[in-house]
Design a protein around this ligand. Sequence first.
Ligand code: NAP
Length: 320
Amino acid sequence: MNHASCPPITRVRLGRTGLEASILGLGCGGPSRIGQTAGRTEEESVALVRKALDSGINFFDTAETYGTEAILGRAFQGVPRESFIVCTKKSVQAKDQRVRPEDLAQAIDGSLARLRLGHIDIFYLHGVLLEDYDFTSQEILPAALRLREQGKFRFLGLTENFRTDTRHRMLERALQDDVWDVVMVGFNLLNPGARERVFPVTRRKNIGVVNMYAVRRVLGNPARVRETVAEIQRLGLLGASVDEADPLGFLVHAGGASSVVDAAYRLCRHEPGVHVVLSGTGDPTHLEANVKSILSAPLPEGDAARLRALFSRVDSISGN
Ligand SMILES: NC(=O)c1ccc[n+]([C@@H]2O[C@H](COP(=O)([O-])OP(=O)(O)OC[C@H]3O[C@@H](n4cnc5c(N)ncnc54)[C@H](OP(=O)(O)O)[C@@H]3O)[C@@H](O)[C@H]2O)c1
């Protein structure tokens, strides 16, 4: 890989896993699915993954349901296995039906075949809801641990369904158990609730934290930002007055962020307790901009303080 033209992306120890992960990870799901949703070709998505590797990103997040595992598998051909970290996931519930413990082995073998790998670095149970947590920990977890013993994956993780579980109810319960090496958490400038509800525990227990929803569908779209902030105001959760026409415009200025998206990734990057920030993009220009954001300084303290004043009580919005 040629890293000569870019500054190196900082690496961070991912909690108790000991993995040395780049602070920016490529999310291969979300609205973009590395460009597949917008109709990019597989070749273009493979090239995007290679570009991420060239930029120093070593952390890649996919799932059985994203339809991007095989693209990663193609992109990793010829790349030394120890130079990248691959995470994939299995939902415990699909179309009102819970998976059976015995389905897990087949699912992991399918992921490994599509990824063309001998093992997965982090295997997550995907988008678990609070009402499915006891079933997950009592019935699915033992099966997952047996597969870990067989060497199918190295570390076990859990991801929340932030779109509906905006208060992190499932993770608050799950973090009482000491079995999860990594959790994937929704956190962004509009809903920073994980700062109080999740990160103090993950930090105490040295659990790896991967941040999703840094931008998602709202923060890159000025009209949706206006609508969402107006909704937060209607809910009585906005902590100060804003310019209704451009509620986050105060973040963009010389010495501050270059755009709201830049501010959104930088806020997450410098949040104590976050290890890896995922960026879900299929656009090479966006990837370059996001690498730059992740390598930038924290937001000016005045802007960060204003964000805290505005949004610290928000707990019912995901930014989706
Ligand atoms: N429960 C779960 O386990 C779960 C749920 C959701 C997501 N995830 C994971 O988390 C990853 C991150 O997902 P996310 O949706 O939260 O990602 P995100 O990075 O917060 O948002 C991605 C969206 O922002 C756009 N975008 C990215 N960079 C941009 C830029 N510089 N300027 C303007 N728009 C930009 C992307 O479109 P373009 O393609 O046009 O750049 C895409 O629509 C996913 O890919 C997935 O791997 C997991």
